[in-house]
Design a protein around this ligand. Structure first.
Ligand SMILES: *Cc1c(COP(=O)(O)O)cnc(C)c1O
Length: 478
């Protein structure tokens, strides 16, 4: 259990009992620079969300009070990172900042070959251009949507081998992001010749930021070796995954995050990285591998797609800031502050009885909208309705991960209501305090308390064929 940071201590009671209290654990940083955020009135927000056609992506950020749309590229850099920016070397070829970044990555992962890219999907594009061919199969645990896109656009198949338990939102498991080894082995036994590589996403973003255990990574390695296959870690949140291994898996409590990360990568052949997550930079990514043949293959695509090999889409200063971010965010106290904040918000939702995907993951809370807005028919998009209600209530912007995001069936053109309908609230790294978490929690409670009176949702009046959630236009159903 963790200590609630926002309760005022009643010193009157304390003196009566004269017990020594356990000290609360506060943030591992203090604030040196602040950015003003603006509150607004419900009337303003009602007008703004109407102007945005009830699509939260269409809101100008100035109309948002607390932004939980994503944790990607929204983190706050440290003073050391800002200082590193000033020291960046902008040489076209052989930038010193590249070598600094490469050194940090090699130390953390053991991977000798590094190619910077402008973000995570670009790392996938470059490496998969070399590795994935038509007809291939890429098994893994819930591929992230851009990962899946880069596999499917090459007419290959992304085969989801996540454990079945991940689908049950109320089941509490320490490593709900794991690969189902039996499913993986079956895929390799039946279609081994078609498997290009195995991809393990740490933490498993699509399953709700759920971690993968070291035990599971070892097992994936064992099966991969048996069939002569290689393993890629989709590593956007590898440091958060290492934190969960340290705090939940037997035998790791006394290891440092850096030691754990190094062991995680020892079971892999390479990685793609979105540095916008655990690198705590606003833009950036990279590929790293231990294999020269992968490096040589990827090089050919880096130059035309991203840029020369020692910058690959990043500024020198951004590589310098990333080198520091990776080093800082593989220290326990930084991760502890972050994960505790997400867990703090979850504990407030527990207090109010608001159902979310359990246990809470590393970077976000996924509220189960179907269990909240039970009166809103699924054809009227309950999770989107909940997202709009939360925005109107307090200016908090979340993101629908549900029936709108699921797009239509490509053949029947019907909406797909088979999956989950969730409201995702991402927490940016080092940006908000627990008072902001309280605002989010209480705003959700207020909506939750009047859930019975919310009986209608929204209808789509304009949409694109693919990835409609970014631009969809909606109207309320009266
Ligand atoms: C964000 C993310 C990506 C893609 O990275 P971008 O930097 O957004 O291009 C890939 N995989 C996972 C698991 C991610 O979370």
């Amino acid at each position: 259990m963790y200590v609630k940071l926002n309760k005022w201590i009643n010193f009157g009671d304390l003196s009566l009992k004269s017990t020594t209290m356990e000290l609360p654990i506060a943030e591992s940083w203090k604030i040196k620079m602040v950015e003003h955020i603006r509150t607004s009135t419900r009337e303003e927000r009602e007008q703004w969300i109407k102007d945005a056609h009830y699509n939260l992506f269409q809101l100008p950020a100035d109309q948002v009070y607390i932004d939980c749309l994503t944790d990607s590229g929204t983190g706050a850099m440290s003073d050391r990172q800002w200082a590193a920016l000033m020291m960046g070397d902008e040489s076209y070829a052989g930038s010193r900042s590249f070598y600094e970044l490469k050194d940090v990555i090699t130390r953390l992962t053991g991977f000798e070959y590094v190619i910077p890219t402008h973000q995570g999907r670009a790392a996938e594009n470059v490496l998969f251009s070399h590795l994935v061919k038509e007809g291939d199969i890429v098994p893994g645990n819930s591929h992230f949507d851009t990962t899946k896109g880069h596999i499917e656009s090459r007419k290959a198949t992304a085969l989801d081998c996540t454990i079945d338990e991940a689908k049950n939102t109320q089941l509490e498991l320490p490593f709900k992001g794991n690969v189902d080894i039996a499913k993986l082995e079956k895929a390799l036994a039946e279609n081994g010749d078609k498997v290009a590589f195995i991809v393990v996403t740490v933490t498993n973003n699509t399953a709700g930021g759920q971690p993968v255990s070291m035990e599971n990574l070892k097992e994936v390695r064992r099966v991969a070796d048996k069939y002569g296959k290689r393993v890629i870690l989709d590593s956007a949140r590898f440091a958060e995954n290492a934190y969960f291994i340290k705090t939940r898996e037997e035998g790791y409590a006394d290891k440092t995050i850096k030691e754990i990360a190094r062991e995680m990568f020892s079971y892999a052949d390479g990685m793609t990285m979105s540095a916008k997550k655990d690198g705590i930079v606003n833009m950036g990514g990279f590929i790293a591998t231990r294999h020269e043949d992968w490096y040589e293959g990827a090089k050919k695509y880096c130059i035309p797609f991203e840029g020369y090999l020692t910058y690959g889409g990043m500024n020198g200063r951004d590589m310098a800031a990333l080198a520091v971010g990776l080093d800082e965010n593989t220290e326990f106290d930084n991760l502890d502050t972050r994960i505790r904040q997400v867990q703090y918000l979850a504990s407030r939702l527990d207090e109010f009885g608001i159902p979310y995907q359990r246990p809470v993951g590393g970077h976000a809370i996924f509220v189960d909208a179907g269990l909240v807005l039970t009166k809103v028919p699924k054809e009227e998009f309950p999770a989107q309705t909940l997202a709009i209600e939360l925005y109107k209530e307090a200016g908090v912007r979340g993101c629908e991960i549900g029936y709108i995001l699921a797009d239509r069936d490509p053949v029947t053109r019907e909406n797909r209501f088979g999956g989950m309908d969730l409201l995702r609230l991402c927490i940016a790294r080092r940006v908000y305090t627990n008072n902001h978490m309280d605002v989010i929690a209480v705003a959700l409670k207020n909506v939750f308390d009047r859930r019975e009176s919310i009986t209608h949702g929204y209808k789509i009046v304009w949409e694109t064929e693919l990835m409609r959630h970014f631009t969809v236009q909606l109207e309320p159903i009266q």
